[in-house]
Design a protein around this ligand. Structure first.
Ligand SMILES: [Zn+2]
Length: 493
C-alpha cells in the first residue's frame, strides 16, 4: 500500500567541440590532463567566456520538451570544496535557470503519462578523481582535469515518477530525445549521461510527501532500477517498524546490492550560491529561438508516425526501429535501397538486432553497411537465393567476410535453383532413389511429399526453390499415379 515518489536529476554531457567556458577540446579518451588551460584548471585570474554552441543545444532540448525558455538567465557560483573542483566553486545556474517547465510523455505497459520537468540548467562538469587502477592507488587519488569545464545540461524532473520501471522508462526516453537532437551521445558507460534520484515513499492515495533520500551517480539503467527498488523497500521497512527515514545522500553499492549512506544531505543554503561576477547575464533573443526551432530535427514520436505512414510498417516495428536514432537511420537507408521496407524491417528486427544483442554492440558497430543488407534483400526478392540460404548462409558469411552479397553467392554457389528443367531432373532422380516413398504416395499416404521435398532440399543444400520443388514433385507424383505401376515408369526412363 506504499508507493515511491521519485524525481530524477539528469546530467547530460553536451556534444560541443569545446568546453563551456574555454576553448579546450571536450574529446573523450585523451591522455590525462592534456586538454586543459588556466580557465578549466581554475587558476586565479582566468576569465570564463560562455560557449555559444552549448546555449543553442540547451535551447534545442527546451524546445523539444516544450519548456519555457527564459530570455534572461543567470550563472551562479555553487561553493563547495572537493579535490576535483580546483576553483572551490562550480559555475551553474540556480536562481534564474535557462528554462523551466515542459514534460516528457512516457509509455509503460500501454498507458501514457506525462512527467513534468522542473528546470533545465547549463553548468560545467568537475574534473575526474581516479581512485583506483594505479600502482599506488591505495595511498593516492589521481586527478584528470580533461573533464573539468565540459558543458553539462542539468535536467531536474518533478517528483512525479511512481515506480522504478517508470524511472527507467523516463530516463530512456530522455536519452533518446537527447540523441535525436544530436546534443548528447547518451553513453552511460563513459559518463556522458548520469543521474541522481531522490526518493520518498507514501501511502498510496495520499498526497503528503515523505522524507526523501538522494541516490547519487547512477550510471546505468540496470543500477537505476535496482537502486530504486532497494531504496523503496528499505524506506517502507523503516516506516513499518516505526523508525524515521533520515534525509541523506546514499550510494548504490553494486557488490552488496544495496544503497549505503554517503553523507547527510546538504541544504541549498550550504552552497552559498551567488551570481557569478565574471559572467554577465545570458540574454537569449526570440529571433534565435525561432531560428533554432526551424532547424529542430524530427523527434522519435514524429519518426514513428512517419515510418508507419510512409513505409507501412506496424507500430511495434516502428517503435523498436526508432529506439535509437542511428538504428532508425539504418532502417531507412535499407528500406529505400531495397525498395522493400517490410523486408528491411524484418531483417533488422530479427537478424540484425539478434547480432547486436549477441555481440553487445550498437548499430554503429554493425559490420554490414545498409546497402549490403539491401542487396541481400533484393537477391531474395528476385528469387536468386532462397530465404533459408540468405538467413543461414549468406548473412553470416557477409558478416564474417565483409564481402558483398552477390560476390559470396557467386563464389560459394549459393544461388537458388529456379530453373524448372533443372528441378524436373532433380525430381526424377529423387523419385528413382525413393521407390518406397513413391509407393506409399500411390497408396494415398500423401504426407510422404514432405519427406521427398526434404530429400531434395538436402541434395541441393537448400538452394532449390522450395515452391517450385513442391509444385513439380506433386505434378510428377500425380502423373505417376495415372500410370499403372512404378515399373512402367522405369521402362519409360
Ligand atoms: Zn580549458
Amino acid at each position: 500500500m506504499y508507493e515511491p515518489v521519485i524525481g530524477l536529476e539528469i546530467h547530460a554531457q553536451l556534444l560541443t567541440k569545446t568546453k563551456l567556458f574555454c576553448g579546450c577540446s571536450t574529446e573523450y579518451g585523451n591522455p590525462p590532463n592534456s586538454l586543459t588551460c588556466p580557465v578549466c584548471l581554475g587558476l586565479p585570474g582566468a576569465l570564463p567566456i560562455l560557449n555559444y554552441e552549448a546555449v543553442v543545444m540547451a535551447i534545442k532540448l527546451a524546445l523539444a520538451i516544450k519548456a519555457q525558455i527564459h530570455l534572461r538567465s543567470l550563472f551562479s557560483r555553487k561553493n563547495y570544496f572537493y579535490p576535483d573542483l580546483a576553483k572551490g566553486y562550480q559555475i551553474t545556474q540556480y536562481h534564474d535557470p535557462l528554462a523551466t517547465g515542459g514534460y516528457l510523455r512516457t509509455e509503460l505497459n500501454g498507458s501514457y503519462k506525462s512527467i513534468g520537468i522542473e528546470r533545465i540548467n547549463l553548468e560545467e562538469d568537475a574534473a575526474k578523481s581516479i581512485h583506483d587502477g594505479m600502482p599506488d592507488s591505495s595511498e593516492k587519488t589521481y586527478l584528470d582535469f580533461n573533464r573539468s569545464g565540459v558543458p553539462l545540461l542539468e535536467i531536474v524532473s518533478k517528483p512525479e515518477i511512481n515506480s522504478p520501471s517508470e524511472a527507467v522508462e523516463f530516463l530512456q526516453l530522455f536519452r533518446t530525445t537527447l540523441q535525436y537532437l544530436g546534443i548528447c551521445n547518451g553513453n552511460m558507460e563513459e559518463g556522458s549521461l548520469r543521474c541522481d534520484a531522490n526518493l520518498s515513499v507514501r501511502k498510496r492515495g495520499t498526497q503528503e510527501m515523505g522524507v526523501k533520500t538522494e541516490i547519487k551517480n547512477i550510471n546505468s539503467f540496470r543500477f537505476l532500477q535496482k537502486a530504486l527498488e532497494h531504496e523503496t523497500l528499505r524506506q517502507i521497512e523503516l516506516i513499518k517498524s516505526g523508525k524515521a527515514v533520515s534525509q541523506e545522500t546514499r550510494l548504490w553499492d553494486e557488490h552488496q546490492n544495496k544503497t549505503l549512506p554517503m553523507r547527510s544531505k546538504e541544504e541549498a543554503h550550504d552552497y552559498r550560491y551567488f551570481p557569478e561576477p565574471d559572467l554577465p547575464p545570458l540574454f537569449i533573443s526570440k529571433k534565435l529561438i525561432e531560428k533554432i526551432k526551424a532547424t529542430l530535427p524530427e523527434l522519435r514520436h514524429e519518426k514513428i508516425e512517419r515510418f508507419r505512414q510512409e513505409y507501412k510498417i506496424p507500430l511495434y516495428d516502428a517503435q523498436i526501429l526508432t529506439s535509437f536514432k542511428n538504428l532508425a537511420d539504418y532502417f531507412e537507408r535499407t528500406a529505400i535501397k531495397s525498395k522493400n521496407p517490410k523486408q528491411a524491417s524484418n531483417w533488422i528486427m530479427r537478424e540484425v538486432l539478434q547480432y547486436l544483442k549477441e555481440q553487445n554492440v550498437e548499430i554503429s558497430r554493425f559490420p554490414l553497411p545498409s546497402e549490403n543488407l539491401a542487396e541481400l534483400i533484393l537477391l531474395v526478392e528476385k528469387k536468386e537465393i532462397s530465404l533459408k540460404t540468405a538467413k543461414e548462409k549468406l548473412f553470416p558469411r557477409m558478416i564474417a567476410t565483409k564481402k558483398r552479397a552477390l560476390e559470396i553467392v557467386k563464389e560459394e554457389g549459393l544461388s537458388q535453383i529456379s530453373d524448372e528443367e533443372k528441378i524436373k531432373e532433380l525430381v526424377l532422380e529423387t523419385i528413382k532413389k525413393n521407390p518406397r516413398s513413391v509407393k506409399h504416395y500411390q497408396e494415398g499416404k500423401t504426407q510422404v511429399l514432405g519427406f521427398l521435398v526434404g530429400q531434395m532440399m538436402k541434395e541441393t543444400q537448400g538452394t532449390a526453390n522450395p515452391q517450385l520443388v513442391n509444385k513439380i514433385l506433386k505434378e510428377s507424383l500425380n502423373s505417376l499415379l495415372s500410370l499403372s505401376s512404378l515399373s512402367s515408369v522405369k521402362r519409360k526412363k
